[in-house]
Ligand binder design. Sequence first.
Ligand SMILES: Cc1cc2nc3c(=O)[nH]c(=O)nc-3n(C[C@H](O)[C@H](O)[C@H](O)COP(=O)(O)OP(=O)(O)OC[C@H]3O[C@@H](n4cnc5c(N)ncnc54)[C@H](O)[C@@H]3O)c2cc1C
Length: 450
Amino acid sequence: MPELTVRNWFGDLVSHPLVIVDAHSVADIQAVLMDPSKYPAPVRAAGSNHSTTPCAAAEGGTLIRMKMNRILNVGPDSLTVEAGATHIEMAKELERRGLQFYVNTEIGSLTAGSAACAGTKDASMPGEFGQVGSYVAGVKMVLPGGELLELTEAGQPERMRAVRSSYGTFGVVYEVTYRIRKLTPLAVHHRTYSIAEFLAALPELKALGYSLMYYFFPFEDRITVEFRKDNPAASGEPNRTAWALRNHTWGTSGPRLAHEIGRHVHSPAIRYGIIDHFNGLWRLQLERFVESDHTSPPDQIIRYPESGSDNGYTFSLFAFPEADFPAALTDFVAFCKDYYAQEGYRSDLLYVGYWIAQDPKALLSYSSGGNVMTIDPVSTGGPGWKEFLNAYNQFCVERNGLPLLNQTFGVTREIARKAFGSRLDEFAAARRHYDPQGRLLNAYFQNLLG
Ligand SMILES: Cc1cc2nc3c(=O)[nH]c(=O)nc-3n(C[C@H](O)[C@H](O)[C@H](O)COP(=O)(O)OP(=O)(O)OC[C@H]3O[C@@H](n4cnc5c(N)ncnc54)[C@H](O)[C@@H]3O)c2cc1C
């Protein structure tokens, strides 16, 4: 049998399933799950394979690629889709009907199946959650034995809470229902501070009634804050260039420039000099041009290319309880500078973060205990990146950081145990309940759960 090789979108995580199945129907999924002799374990479902951890890896087993992507029903406050539907296609369809998602996170490739059972993040809009799955009101799954199960928030809230953190270890999700809302004009603007000014102003900024996301630059002592809020009074046509500019710099020109500089400029002083200069222009662009009283929420969502191997970027993140964040950010700036001085490595892009509201909707939610703020290094990868992440993981764990199992690279059982405590046992027990034979359990989750 020829060896099959599967890479995640960025291209740094490689696995070798024995069988790959494209699921176009529920029957295709059932056929896999009901025939262990033809379709070996672990059986893993994958959406767009954008995760930065091996959560979807089916090493030596069966990978189900979710090709079911139809929009099944759109109501005034709900959307039902097949699990392979992508965030950007769903959001565009909603916009055509004067509707929108609650959370318009920028990753257009995110599939509904992943959103329903894996971690996500976006700056919380005032009074709302920042995790996409928290607005998932119902799922339909094929269980490991091939039976079908439907769960809803209204009918089984506790089981839905576990499913939202199940990462495909309970069953394969084939249908998802979201809560949605009326399309509302969105205002956005940016301001740049020194890090100390930002931390001093943070209590006031939080009280202003905007969502808060930030781009920060430890080597230049700058942080640019994105402020967003609904602006229902806005009229006329939305400004379509503001988010298009942000999306192009964030998703295309920034990573492409960093890749090119990495390939061609070998002197660190010159390389990072160019990067710092580019980041200065990026801040200017955000402040001057990503500013409008009237944008359309789905315009925030980026349509990424099929593969990120040439010009893509990757990242990691930890969430910190908001009371711990000022000290964590201050220490992190020093940590980045020390690490560069000692190891010669720094990210060739930038760092970002989000203020995300307390959210108990998922069992392994990183904000179930209270509001959090995140610290997310972003990079084109390259030599030194994974070693940097090991040191970053250690740094974050020491400061009560919480990871996402699909977005934080290098989570070990010890890290997961410290972050989630007995919630990890609850996850392990629920997983055993749905899949006592461990047919859906890959090495990554086996290691995390013991
Ligand atoms: C360039 C880039 C930008 C990103 N930006 C953001 C961002 O702004 N916000 C954010 O939250 N995240 C972001 N991410 C991370 C991304 O959203 C998550 O990794 C997400 O899980 C990816 O969705 P996916 O469909 O590719 O999932 P996959 O990586 O394919 O799968 C994720 C997990 O869900 C499981 N799964 C997938 N489909 C099913 C199914 N049908 N049934 C059961 N289990 C299933 C998989 O087994 C796996 O455990 C970004 C990633 C990249 C590479």
